[in-house]
Design a binder for this molecule. Structure first.
Ligand SMILES: CC(C)(COP(=O)(O)OP(=O)(O)OC[C@H]1O[C@@H](n2cnc3c(N)ncnc32)[C@H](O)[C@@H]1OP(=O)(O)O)[C@@H](O)C(=O)NCCC(=O)NCCS
Length: 184
């Protein structure tokens, strides 16, 4: 199991999110530097709306949502497997490092979340989309070895208009090849 485990060389672990994490999540759901990366969060979100979203997500068989936690037990952000399509064993990765950005935690989280997808949940494929302008995410996914799948033209509509999204993915056998170099 990857979830709930401390792995050597990792500063964070993943643990299942609960409704008790709502207040921690509210600290970032309306912060523009985080939310500008997500279509769902392109307008102000109330605590009630976020609570409903969290409740639905925790109940859903198409989502597995984790908190990123440091070794002091502090909440750092969320990491999720979403839109899980069980017949194909495919899921969309979502990551938010709300606190302590730029310290390698995003990369560690994507490694752990991919490992959870393939090892804990037996998935075949993980994919993600990011704004073309999210060069940090582009750098990280290229560095980790995700494969470029294509450009989704005008996929999202934000206040300032339509935006292209970049789609990338990783397959289970690619994870198996890469995991040693990831320290897993
Ligand atoms: C994207 C995100 C998950 C990255 O997490 P993080 O902990 O800040 O990232 P890390 O510290 O692990 O890695 C950042 C890497 O990007 C590089 N980087 C930082 N800013 C960059 C930029 N503007 N352009 C290109 N690369 C950049 C860093 O140098 C580092 O790479 P390195 O280790 O090779 O030096 C985090 O910033 C975040 O949650 N952003 C808002 C939400 C988001 O965009 N989520 C992803 C949507 S798909």
């Amino acid at each position: 199991m990857i979830v709930n485990r401390w792995l050597d060389g990792f500063d964070v672990r993943l643990r299942p999110v609960t409704m008790d994490d709502l207040d921690a999540m509210m600290t970032w759901v309306n912060r523009p530097e985080v939310t500008q990366n997500f279509a769902r969060l392109s307008r102000a979100i109330s605590r009630e709306e976020e609570a409903q979203w969290l409740h639905r997500t925790l109940e859903s068989d198409a989502d597995r949502l984790y908190a990123i936690e440091d070794r002091d037990g502090a909440y750092i952000g969320n990491a999720g497997l979403h839109q899980i399509y069980w017949p194909a064993r495919a899921a969309r990765l979502g990551v938010v490092v709300a606190n302590q950005q730029g310290r390698g935690i995003g990369q560690q989280t994507i490694k752990l979340l991919s490992a959870a997808a393939f090892l804990d949940h037996g998935l075949h494929k993980v994919w993600l989309i990011h704004y073309r302008t999210n060069t940090r995410m582009a750098h990280i996914t290229a560095k980790l070895g995700f494969a470029f799948e294509g450009v989704l033209r005008d996929e999202y509509f934000h206040q300032d208009g339509y935006h292209d999204m970049i789609r990338l993915s990783l397959l289970d056998h690619e994870f198996t090849r890469l995991r040693g170099s990831w320290g897993l």
